[in-house]
Design a binder for this molecule. Structure first.
Ligand code: UT7
Length: 339
């Protein structure tokens, strides 16, 4: 018998403000830039995205997603041992968005007459669009080694804040949102549910192809505080490493691509997802797709897609899920989960 980390609840949240491609066409036209619904759909599969309201932070989106995940798991907030938030758009430089989320969870619990998760460990993980896979890997390791029994793992982003609306090659691609899972320790002989294997990597030589190359120093922002991406370079690296990590994580668990019930990929571009599905010989009917409605929500995209697939009844207990992501850093990774 061994310890596994089982997903017992999922949740997600999108800000109210929804912009279609037609809204983006108008927004860019006002700045003298041209784009079209046809170009965005054909090149990316994106039709709409959500943007946070002024003052709405990553922790606010994370709070809503987390409350839904905890409710789905049937858990009280004080039962959490650790909170891990994957984000590249934190509320503050520090403290971590995870600690701000912890305070907001505590306030929500108190308002309902209960206790919050004060005292639980709380920290952020920064691996851009691979952030949720990294966060899941860390939480899984804590649970497997007995360091925690219940973890809240969240991906939350407000990328609208770091978009350059004078750069049509990037601003039409991203959106805001949050997704969360509750992970709980479970003991079995390897046949039961849980995270079966994880695989994470980085290659810092490519840090410059997808970055926000600014920093805060002496009370000033130095460098550029907006997102820059060499789209084609990212695309080419992404399709290669996603196949590689998928095969590696399957190998670690002694499984093959034929065992996969659902691919839950990072939602950056439908063409990247189609390429991975083709390489793994998976029909698109077994790929969770939300990029059309969410755009690229970075670290939030995988848990958002997972929660959508769970709540629409696509993903069912006992099924094998391959979660995988790729993003700035350059980072990439995957997790094989028996749901
Ligand atoms: O989340 C982290 C991981 N990120 C990714 O995985 C993103 C990976 N990259 C991509 O998804 C794609 O490279 C993009 C969607 C970013 C771009 O698609 P592409 O097929 O690589 O297009 P491109 O960069 O080669 O641009 C083709 C043309 C260019 O015009 P010319 O030079 O051919 O005349 C661009 O100027 O499309 C033009 N273009 C646009 N046209 C209308 C670029 N952006 C736009 C736009 N609207 N918004």
């Amino acid at each position: 018998m061994s310890l596994y980390a089982r997903i017992t609840g999922t949740g997600s949240h999108l800000p109210d403000k929804r912009l279609t491609n037609h809204d983006m066409v108008a927004l860019l036209a006002a700045r003298g830039l041209e784009t079209s619904d046809d170009w965005i759909v054909e090149r990316t599969g994106i039709r709409a995205r959500h943007f946070a309201a002024e003052g709405e932070m990553a922790s606010d989106l994370a709070l809503q997603a987390s409350l839904k995940a905890l409710s789905a798991a049937g858990r009280q907030l004080h039962e959490l041992d650790v909170i891990v938030v994957a984000t590249s758009t934190p509320d503050m430089v520090f403290p971590s968005t995870a600690t701000i989320l912890q305070r907001k969870l505590h306030e929500a619990a108190q308002a309902a007459g209960g206790q919050g998760p004060i005292g639980a460990a709380a920290f952020d993980v920064q691996a851009v669009c691979t952030g949720f896979i990294y966060a899941l890997t860390v939480a899984d390791a804590l649970i497997r080694t007995g360091g925690a029994r219940r973890a809240l793992v969240v991906g939350a982003e407000v990328f609208s804040r770091i978009l350059d609306f004078d750069d049509r090659t990037t601003c039409v691609l991203f959106g805001d949102g949050a997704g969360a899972v509750v992970l709980e320790a479970i003991e079995h002989d390897g046949e039961g549910p849980g995270v079966l294997a994880t695989d994470i990597h980085a290659d810092g030589r490519h840090a410059g192809i997808l970055c926000v190359p600014g920093t805060v120093a002496g009370g000033q922002v130095l460098g550029e505080p907006l997102l820059r991406m060499e789209g084609q370079a990212v695309f080419k690296l992404a399709v290669g490493v996603l196949e590689e990590t998928a095969r590696t994580v399957l190998g670690k668990a002694g499984m093959t691509e034929a065992d996969i019930d659902w691919l839950i990929p990072h939602q950056a571009n439908i063409r990247i997802m189609q390429s991975t599905a083709r390489k793994l010989k998976l029909p698109m009917e077994r790929v969770a797709v939300t990029v059309d409605q969410h755009g690229n929500t970075s670290a939030a995209s995988i848990p958002l897609a997972l929660d959508h697939a769970v709540r629409t009844g696509q993903v069912r207990p006992g099924q094998l899920l391959l979660l995988e992501g790729v993003g700035g850093g350059f980072t990439w990774g995957s997790a094989l989960v028996r749901y």
